[in-house]
Design a binder for this molecule. Structure first.
Ligand SMILES: Nc1ncnc2c1ncn2[C@@H]1O[C@H](COP(=O)(O)OP(=O)(O)OP(=O)(O)O)[C@@H](O)[C@H]1O
Ligand SMILES: [Mg+2]
Length: 265
């Protein structure tokens, strides 16, 4: 049995895949809120300038006075910020035991520029380390992209969960994510563990799914599946988590299994 993140003591986790629409935001929101419901203190970091996660948890775009990722990265990136300063960027209690570092600016990349993002890399990692003392878990959402911002986010993590879909282009996609994680690991000077592949929108009964299962097993990363469920888009539309919208549905059961085996086991 593969050890869980808790057993490995890897508690800063990015959910990443440069491919769009594969279920990153749903996965990070469901896992984070699921951990919080199990008594864990969780910080969510919205690392995607699209701000979908912030929107889901009610931190609206265009309210920079609330603070957020851009404001944090705009501070002197070289040094870790004080706890009080970090606090000023975080929205408290978006759910019970769940806090959020939101993003309010779609143009974050151009407003900051790659050079500043790269300069902020080490300082951001130190900020997360500091925050990790106050939370059981820090989970980061990332955007469907592959640039300086994603490197900053992944380099600050200890493990990566990779949501994807069963389809032929996912294989080359996975290879490039793993290369990126290895590069981030070199930059950070420590291991970053590709911990789980999560096949979202899985449809049983399709013959080719068996072929994909075999194909992805060769990567030797634990594989999980979350069934395709109408409840997922419906929950998002209502701004609710899957645990609130359909706690006894199949998709919630599947995410529950990931929490039990891969996170808390
Ligand atoms: N298990 C599921 N069953 C059905 N639909 C799903 C499931 N998981 C995700 N989806 C749907 O897939 C779409 C994309 O999900 P999501 O926004 O989480 O992907 P993403 O990877 O974060 O996208 P982006 O790359 O744009 O950030 C959403 O409409 C969501 O409702
Ligand atoms: Mg997303």
């Amino acid at each position: 049995m593969t050890p869980s993140l808790r057993e490995l003591d890897l508690r800063i986790v990015a959910v990443a895949n440069q491919k769009g629409g594969v279920g990153k935001t749903v996965t990070v929101a469901t896992l984070a809120s699921g951990l919080a419901r199990r008594g864990q203190r969780v910080l969510l970091v919205d690392g995607d300038p699209q701000g979908n996660l912030s929107q889901l948890f009610g931190a609206p775009e265009g309210r920079p006075e609330l603070g957020g990722l851009l404001e944090l990265l705009s501070e002197d990136g070289a040094a870790p910020l004080s706890s009080a300063k970090l606090d000023s960027f975080i929205v408290k209690r978006v759910k019970l035991r769940l806090d959020l570092l939101p993003v309010h600016r779609r143009r974050l990349r151009t407003e900051l520029g790659d050079e500043r993002i790269i300069r902020a890399e080490k300082g951001f990692a130190l900020c997360l380390e500091r925050l990790a003392a106050r939370y059981d878990w820090i989970l980061l959402d990332t955007s469907p992209s592959n640039g300086a911002l994603e490197r900053l986010l992944v380099s600050a993590c200890r493990a990566v969960v990779i949501p994807m879909e069963f389809q032929v282009f996912s294989v080359s996609g996975l290879e490039s994510i793993l290369e990126e994680v290895a590069e981030c690991s070199r930059r950070a000077g420590r291991a970053i563990r590709p911990h789980a592949l999560v096949f979202t929108k899985a449809e049983n009964g399709l013959a080719r799914v068996e072929t994909y299962r075999k194909l992805f097993a060769s990567f030797k990363i634990p594989i999980f599946e979350v069934c395709k469920s109408e409840y997922v888009p419906r929950a998002l539309e209502r701004g609710r988590t899957l645990w609130e919208a359909a706690p006894s549905g199949y998709a919630a059961r599947d995410y529950g299994r990931i929490l039990d085996k891969s996170f808390l086991g």
